[in-house]
Design a protein. Structure first.
Length: 541
């Protein structure tokens, strides 16, 4: 009996951002969908386009989509693997050209009305907030010490309005002609004359504002990322009115006529109807997902970078913690159960951390690593992979030891029945065993192995490159493909460009299709392609 209600996996262009082509399973197995697929790779910047559609920037997917409000249809405007990388916010000039800030590459690019893309500037670290007013282009940098500037649309030198700002974000010129911008770290909203002058504080003590727009009456409307509030703020008095209470993780907003829409990191897009009422246009979902594991309570937990979820009955995702939750360890990637109410985790910021999610506490066990991925706990202690350096390390009693080096993109880790570490050497297309004498191949001729799981003598591998789950008997070497054609990894023919990270919110981001087994004996797999969790269940038992 399954612990989680699921449905047999089907595909639909209206329900998924990635369509798996004819997934197949071996005889004696069934493939179920545990959580719903995501239609977007999260939702960040929003902007009403000149065609009336809402344009959605998606950082983790390196994609920009356009949402038709009348039909619900989503069209890809700039695709994953294309010229625009990690778009965070967008704006249109009077000629219909789309400008996008690329937060992880420090760029501003222009997608012309003719479909061609060019880089306007590439020297703006954490370029984020962007707006165009009367043909003038303004951009800021969402970082400590960030700048607010006006850019020359023809490529000339920028004009710096302000420097040393505490994480400015999505901004807008108000009806009074002043440029309003939120300061996330300061928890305030400020304004300045676009032609220069002294800035003025407008409001403070908010819920971490990350975007401002203006309604038809000239009031500020602002999303609060930490509290999930949508606030109306009188720019003259600073008086605040709660328009809606939503889930934390709100990122941006836009008006289409008098209709107000807000985005969430989860990919949810919500219309604010008034009187505290809301309507969901697009449901939220998983950005990736990354590693996954069962806790001591028998429930399935999913690392999704910015969020940490537990899967509920019926496949619903319940937020356990997120980037702005007290005690959250940072952008989560690898998971290893370590006791009641806790996991040892790896983060994109380079930490190995004990995350006591039940208590909302984190304890950094080791720090300063380059792109950590898989983690497992066994006889050598806490073993984890460091993709950036090609190393696998162990941590015991505060001491770090290098178990292997010069591996090609080590990702997943597990232990064989004798307690020796196994590593998915993704860049070499193989799984290796770490021994006192060095490294030996256990399984080769894979494409891009990521998640590993050992149950008895059976080694289960998620081969994201081959879009399959493979099982290998460690005693005999017998190998079988349990499922293929899975929505893991990028879509066929797409080569994603690196996501360099956005300090201090995250380090470099990358995929990790994890695998685990539940108390029901089913295999649970991170389908990072379509943003869902899948289950492989035996039908011959």
């Amino acid at each position: 009996m399954s612990l989680i209600t699921s449905e047999v996996m089907t595909t639909s262009t209206q329900d998924a951002r990635y369509i798996a082509t004819n997934p197949t399973v071996a005889d004696g197995w069934r493939l179920d969908r545990v959580t719903a697929p995501s239609r977007l790779f999260g939702a960040n910047g929003l902007r009403a386009g000149p065609d009336g559609r809402v344009y959605v920037a998606q950082v983790t997917g390196s994609q920009i989509s356009a949402l038709d409000l009348a039909t619900g249809a989503l069209d890809t405007v700039s695709a994953k693997g294309g010229d625009i990388i990690a778009p965070d916010d967008v704006a249109f000039d009077p000629d219909g050209n789309l400008y996008a800030t690329e937060v992880m590459d420090g760029r501003v690019s222009v997608l012309g009305a003719d479909g061609r893309t060019r880089v306007l500037r590439d020297d703006l670290p954490c370029a984020n907030g962007i707006t165009i007013h009367q043909g003038r282009l303004f951009v800021n940098e969402c970082r400590e010490g960030g700048r607010l500037m006006e850019l020359d649309r023809n490529g000339g030198e920028p004009r710096i309005l302000l420097e040393n700002l505490p994480s400015p974000n999505a901004m807008e010129v108000g009806p009074d002609g002043l440029l309003y911008y939120p300061l996330m770290t300061a928890n305030e909203i400020w304004r300045i004359d676009p032609n220069g002058g002294e800035p003025q504080r407008v409001a403070g003590d908010l819920g971490v504002p990350d975007a401002v727009r203006f309604d038809a009456d000239g009031n500020i409307v602002s999303t609060q990322v930490a509290s999930g509030q949508v606030l109306r703020i009188d720019p003259r008095s600073g008086e605040q009115t709660l328009l809606a209470q939503l889930t934390p993780g709100l990122d941006n907003l836009t008006f289409v006529g008098d209709r107000l829409f807000v985005s969430n990191f989860t990919g949810e897009i919500t219309e604010i109807l008034g009187g505290g009422e809301t309507r969901t246009l697009l449901p939220g979902g998983l950005n990736w997902p990354l590693d996954l594991a069962f806790g001591d309570n028998g429930r399935l937990y999913v690392a999704d970078g910015t969020y940490f979820y537990v899967v509920g009955e019926g496949g619903g995702l319940q937020t356990v913690g997120m980037l702005f939750t007290p005690g959250y360890p940072g952008f989560l990637r690898g998971l290893a159960p370590s006791g009641p109410g806790e996991f040892v985790v790896t983060t994109s910021g380079g930490q190995v951390t004990r995350y006591r999610y039940a208590a909302g506490e984190s304890e950094v066990l080791a720090d300063g690593f380059d792109q950590l991925y898989g983690v497992a706990i066994g006889a050598p202690g806490i073993v984890f992979s460091e993709l950036g350096t090609g190393r696998v390390l162990s941590l015991r009693s505060g001491d770090v030891e290098v178990l292997a080096s010069e591996l090609r993109e080590p990702v997943g880790v597990a232990f064989d029945p004798q307690g020796a570490p196994l590593v998915a050497e993704s860049g070499a297309g193989r799984v290796v065993r770490l021994t006192g004498g060095g490294v030996e191949a256990v399984v080769d001729n894979l494409v891009r192995p990521q998640g590993l799981l050992v149950v008895g003598s059976q080694l289960y591998i998620v081969d994201a490159g081959a879009k399959s789950v493979v099982v290998v008997d460690l005693n005999t070497g017998t190998r079988q493909t349990l499922a293929s054609g899975l929505p893991v990894g990028p879509p066929p023919g797409v080569k994603p460009k690196p996501l360099k990270g956005m300090p201090p919110f995250s380090g470099p981001q990358g995929p990790f299709a994890g695998i685990t087994m539940g108390p029901d004996g089913a295999l649970y797999v991170s389908a990072d392609g379509d943003g869902s969790v899948l289950a492989l269940r035996r039908t011959d038992r």
